[in-house]
Design a protein around this ligand. Structure first.
Ligand code: GDP
Length: 439
């Protein structure tokens, strides 16, 4: 994800880094690159324009111009503004306070609405609540069966009623929830391929019936501008309370996060990061901004590594890494090396995709411990070819290392991200770049 944005931004930074000092002229060039990258990521033009004028103003300010490493300062300015654009540092929570409280799910067919409904139900169940799913997507064939199966898998009841009339299903489902004392009711509504009046009418009626505390629209990050347009329409008709962006684990252009938020002015409340039931998480704008700007952080990490660690070993590793050849065994070596560098918090902060809450030193340590434990529980073949890690292998590793499947998937993702970033970095020509870095 975000490859495009990253590439462009790293180019902008590269150009700045060569200059040593930032001037109005080279800021203009860097800003133009940022602008292009956001436009290419499907971010709305007006949003980009406002964003750029802010970045420009701040980048030309004293702090950046007089900084010792203006390129890093510039990244900081872009990052802060990105975070703001995506809704600030604090994740917005889904709020359900009534009993039962209703969450209405909306979205186009294929956006991941049914899957996300089950993911939410699972999350609440784990949290000690007593959720009920109401299957009112009577349009997409098999949506009701799919929700039933998911419900069975996670042990959450699914109300299906007569399976034909969505409004009737919801009406009866509501009574059922009240009778059986469910405290959170998640209603999966009709998904069509396109918005039409009949569907909107039905959604209106359902909304009226349940008076939901949350109306969450599920949008597919891969859908680009179409996702943005539909979010706008849904919002004007239903008054959404928030958005859930799915498929952020894929190759999507991250612009949907920024654009849907901007056109609806509604917060992204959760993000979907995979097909499995646990693959849902709160939206940390800060983390996504870091990911977008991941290149810069990786660069600092390498710089630090080269200074602090056994030079020869580091060079060998860096070469391997940058050719995209390093496997999980090398990754384990890296982790061990990194531990020598300390303070861990600072280093973890630089690894793209690393959860920010881990910046806390003790948690950073335990994250490293987990990573070590996971890789250590793998066979050599698995470390060399992580692709063969299927579900049963992961289960074995999870048992062996005392970690969860989620931990394992997270580690694999971080490994993939680092590998990808390194490949890009390599393309840019490391020697040339580092030689020019002003530190
Ligand atoms: P609906 O028509 O909106 O109810 O869509 P579904 O819930 O059936 O999801 C459509 C497809 O997207 C399914 O194959 C899901 O497994 C997949 N999907 C949903 N959310 C995610 C996600 O966050 N990541 C990935 N990779 N796939 C997802």
């Amino acid at each position: 994800m975000f490859e495009n944005i990253q590439k462009k931004l790293s180019l902008a930074v590269k150009n700045l880094a060569g200059k040593g000092k930032i001037t109005e002229k080279n800021i203009q060039d860097a800003v133009r690159q940022v602008k292009m990258s956001l436009l290419e990521a499907d971010v709305n033009y007006k949003v980009v324009k406002d964003f750029i004028s802010k970045v420009k103003e701040q980048a030309l300010g004293k702090a950046v111009l007089e900084s010792l490493s203006p390129d890093q300062e510039f990244i900081r300015v872009v990052k802060n503004n990105l975070v703001e654009l995506m809704g600030g540092e604090k994740p917005e929570k889904i709020i359900v306070s009534r009993n039962p409280g209703f969450i209405m799910m909306a979205g186009l067919q294929g956006s991941g609405k049914t899957t996300t409904s089950a993911k939410l139900a699972n999350m609440y169940q784990k949290d000690g609540k007593k959720p009920l799913l109401i299957a009112a997507d009577t349009y997409r064939p098999a949506a009701i069966d799919q929700l039933e199966q998911l419900g069975e898998q996670i042990g959450v009841p699914v109300f299906t009623g007569d399976r034909k009339n969505a409004v009737k299903i919801v009406k009866e489902g509501k009574k059922y929830a009240e009778k059986l004392l469910h405290d959170i009711v998640i209603v999966d509504t009709a998904g069509r391929l396109h918005i039409d009046e009949k569907m909107m009418d039905e959604l209106d009626q359902i909304k009226e019936l349940i008076n939901p505390e949350e109306i969450l629209m599920v949008v597919d990050a891969m859908m680009g501008q179409d996702a943005v347009n539909s979010a706008k329409e849904f919002n004007s008709r239903l008054e959404l309370t928030g958005l859930i962006v799915t498929k952020l684990d894929g190759d999507s252009r991250g612009g949907v996060i920024i654009s849907t938020r901007q056109v609806t002015q509604k917060p992204i409340k959760m993000v979907g990061v995979g097909e499995k039931i646990e693959d849902i998480e709160p939206f940390y704008a800060d983390r996504y901004a870091s990911r977008i700007l991941g290149m810069g952080d990786v660069l600092s990490l390498i710089e630090k590594a080269e200074k602090d660690i056994d030079q020869k070993q580091a060079e060998e590793d860096a070469k391997k890494m940058m050719e995209g050849k390093f496997d999980l065994d090398d990754f384990l070596k890296q982790i061990k090396q990194i531990r020598k560098m300390g303070p861990l918090g600072k280093i973890l902060e630089m690894v793209p995709g690393m959860p920010k809450e881990n910046v806390d030193l003790s948690k950073g340590e335990s994250e490293m411990n987990k990573m070590e434990a996971i890789i250590s529980s793998m066979t050599l073949k698995e470390r060399r070819h992580p692709r063969i890690l299927n579900y049963s292998r992961k289960q074995r590793i999870s048992k062996g290392s005392g970690t969860t499947l989620q931990d394992i998937n997270r580690l694999l993702k971080q490994y993939e991200q680092l590998k990808k970033a390194m490949k890009q970095f390599n393309k840019m020509g490391k020697k040339k770049f580092l030689g020019k870095m002003p530190f």
